[in-house]
Design a protein around this ligand. Structure first.
Ligand SMILES: NC(=O)c1ccc[n+]([C@@H]2O[C@H](COP(=O)([O-])OP(=O)(O)OC[C@H]3O[C@@H](n4cnc5c(N)ncnc54)[C@H](OP(=O)(O)O)[C@@H]3O)[C@@H](O)[C@H]2O)c1
Length: 307
């Protein structure tokens, strides 16, 4: 298993002497290349022909829109019976109806990932309607209000951690026993590059996604003896309600820098379709992807490898 962890904290500012700082710079470069090698996924083929998820039951949190909805549609097309789970009933019902209309199997499941009872009830509903869950996509998430730490309300901090980390923990805790006893399972945690790249104003979001990544690695270790693979995905900047909401924050609330960044994603055509991360997520749920366990995969890395 590969941890997918980056280079250790080697700094170029250790010494003012040019000879030593050159060596440090070289070491830094070498460490970067090595870390890229470790996190790369050579020879990955994103498509597995046919219906690779036939006979599987998948539960997708945040399945009502955005990346979650695209993932639910794709998993269903590729053979899984899917539980489309989130808090907004009309969104999950609409996605499930659309899947059924296409001749595949789906049910809407009301779920608030921050609520332990709601998580248990959702898994029970999925079990009763489709069978025990063998594929879990922990996709539900929120960025919170992007403010500096000094202006962040404790309630907002907790809301972000509850949705992005505790929710994934609660869902994984529900899913693992069946996966372990059935000796097969897949969990994909939808994370963010914000876990590794600090951005002023994004402490709660970045720290929560970093915590999610560590949950991914630990679950991967726990699942490995039982053929349960657990991976993380950095989906890139995706054209969803989350980005729409981020663009709507006024500059006098979140500061000009973040405001420009969010506008720029759209103005410079950097937003990708939700179907792109969905393809990677679906691939990670196949048996063919078994060697990927504990990996945190950036979509951009795969694009580079596909060239
Ligand atoms: N879009 C991007 O650029 C981007 C970049 C990096 C990472 N991500 C990650 O991708 C994931 C999906 O985001 P998205 O961009 O598709 O955003 P989105 O369109 O806003 O979708 C978020 C989904 O999460 C659900 N959700 C939020 N809180 C929930 C809760 N407490 N319980 C159950 N469901 C909840 C929402 O449904 P309800 O509100 O109906 O519950 C919705 O279905 C998130 O984890 C996000 O952090 C997105």
């Amino acid at each position: 298993m590969c941890s997918g962890k980056g280079a250790p904290g080697i700094s170029t500012t250790l010494s003012g002497k040019s000879g030593i700082s050159d060596k440090v710079a070289l070491l830094t470069l070498a460490a970067r290349i090595l870390s890229q090698r470790r996190t790369r996924v050579p020879g990955i083929v994103l498509r597995v022909e046919g219906r690779p998820h036939a006979g599987r039951v998948a539960l997708i949190t945040g399945g009502g829109r955005g990346i979650g909805a695209a993932t639910a549609r794709l998993l269903a097309r590729e053979g899984a019976a899917v539980a489309v789970a989130a808090r907004t009933e009309e969104e999950i019902s609409s996605v499930a109806r659309e899947i059924e209309a296409g001749g595949n199997t789906a049910i809407p499941v009301l779920l608030d990932v921050t609520d332990e009872d709601s998580v248990s009830a959702a898994f029970e509903k999925a079990r009763a309607g489709l069978g025990p869950v063998d594929i879990l996509i922990n996709n539900a998430g929120t960025p919170g209000v992007p403010l500096p730490v000094a202006r962040t309300e404790l309630s907002d901090w907790r809301r972000v951690f509850d949705a992005n980390v505790t929710g994934a923990f609660l869902c994984a805790r529900e899913a693992m026993p069946h996966m372990v006893s059935g000796d097969w399972g897949r969990i994909v945690n939808v994370s963010s590059a914000a876990a590794r790249h600090p951005m002023a104003g994004m402490a709660a979001y970045g720290a929560s996604k970093a915590a999610l990544d560590q949950l991914t690695r630990v679950l991967a270790l726990e699942g490995e003896p039982h053929n349960v693979a657990v991976t993380g995905v950095y989906p890139g900047v995706v054209d969803t309600r989350m980005q729409e909401k981020s663009r709507a924050f006024p500059p006098d609330l979140i500061g000009k820098q973040l405001y420009r960044m969010f506008q720029g994603y759209s103005d410079f055509g950097m937003l990708r379709a939700p179907e792109e991360p969905a393809e990677l997520i679906s691939y990670l749920c196949t048996s063919e992807a078994a060697r990927l366990n504990g990996h945190i995969i950036r979509l951009e890395q795969l694009e580079a490898l596909k060239e």
